[in-house]
Design a protein around this ligand. Structure first.
Ligand code: GLU
Length: 329
């Protein structure tokens, strides 16, 4: 008994000393539970924690615990960076640009959002899933149907609004609902919903869960995607390759890069250590092997589609690597 009490005392006392004296918390805003931001964010957080607490931790930085937090998506992640509820966020390049230039969903900001990029991670693809028996074969045929456009705060909803506009449709031409994919799967299977969408990496776990029902992906015509690109340079035409989802052929769509973004107030040496650690062998091998989309995260493509200025700490790291940000889309 005495041993147990001594053990518990040591555990509680030891833990509280450890946490109060040596750890700081670094929160990364991601997306919904059934998207790709969350699993990728978790891998990054896991890798960075191991490095920042490990033997080869950057000497400028105290022990840091990194955690991935679920969220509404890119727009919500901008706001939680601004209110300092998070230290970093995964954010679509188009959404980051709008925040930086106080446009689109950020028109109400009195000044440009003080957000800075650490890295571009991978290309996200708009994936609009519809039940096969709903007879929806084109974007226009979404008209009148009950489709989930993702929730307010998501980057998906902002791109869907652009797509609706490009097809001369308005949101009310649909019977829109605003749910994250984890809340749509059951409804979709029960035919209470004809479709749902997500601007995300591949594969999307929520789509992989649909094996009990026949479904299709709605194509976005390349001509439409190219026209959107003229107006919104960070959105560009692309494809969902065949076979990502069983029985689904290659489908043309619209894409955007996912960026790792921080507040400009993050100290330079922290942003440098963060960037340098992200591209260290330890973190990268975890990210590359832990999720199918993670394999396309590489230092070579770290500046692709970066739509806002790099944080000075990140800029220093890339300059040392001989990499230059071509700030055009
Ligand atoms: N790009 C989506 C958004 O900003 C999130 C995608 C994901 O969760 O993987 O809403």
């Amino acid at each position: 008994m005495k041993t147990i009490i001594v053990f518990l005392f040591c555990l509680i006392f030891g833990t509280s000393v450890f946490f109060t004296q040596s750890l700081s918390l670094f929160r990364i805003g991601t997306g919904g539970l059934q998207g790709v931001y969350y699993p990728i964010g978790k891998l990054i957080a896991q890798g960075l924690t191991a490095r920042f607490l490990g033997v080869d931790k950057p000497d400028t930085i105290p022990g840091t615990l990194f955690i991935a937090q679920t969220s509404g998506g890119s727009v919500a992640n901008i706001y939680s960076l601004l209110s300092k509820e998070t230290e970093a966020g995964l954010i679509q390049a188009d959404v980051a640009y709008w925040a930086y230039s106080s446009e689109g969903p950020f028109e109400g900001l009195t000044q440009p959002a003080p957000v800075r990029a650490i890295a571009s991670l991978y290309a996200e693809k708009m994936q609009i899933v519809v039940r096969k028996d709903a007879q929806i074969r084109s974007f226009e045929q979404l008209k009148g149907r009950m489709i989930s456009l993702d929730e307010a705060g998501s980057g998906t909803l902002t791109v869907m609004r652009i797509l609706l506009d490009a097809h001369r449709l308005s949101e009310t031409d649909l019977k829109p609902v605003y749910l994250k994919p984890e809340f749509t799967v059951d409804r979709f299977i029960k035919n209470e919903l004809q479709g749902f969408c997500l601007m995300a990496g591949i594969p999307v776990p929520a789509i992989e869960r649909l094996s009990s029902v026949d479904y299709l992906l709605v194509p976005i015509d390349k001509i439409v995607a190219d026209r959107i690109h003229q107006q919104h340079p960070y959105l560009f035409s692309g494809n969902i390759p065949s076979g990502i989802y069983e029985g689904i052929e290659q489908t043309p769509t619209i894409e955007v890069y996912a960026l790792l973004v921080v507040h400009q107030d993050l100290p330079e040496e922290v942003a440098y250590a963060l960037t340098e650690s992200l591209w260290s062998n330890g973190v990268l091998s975890l990210v590359n092997t832990g999720h199918a989309q993670g394999a396309s995260i590489t230092l070579d493509t770290a500046l692709d589609g970066v739509s806002i200025p790099l944080h000075p700490g990140a800029l220093r790291f890339y300059s040392e690597q001989g990499m230059v940000l071509d700030q055009g889309p």
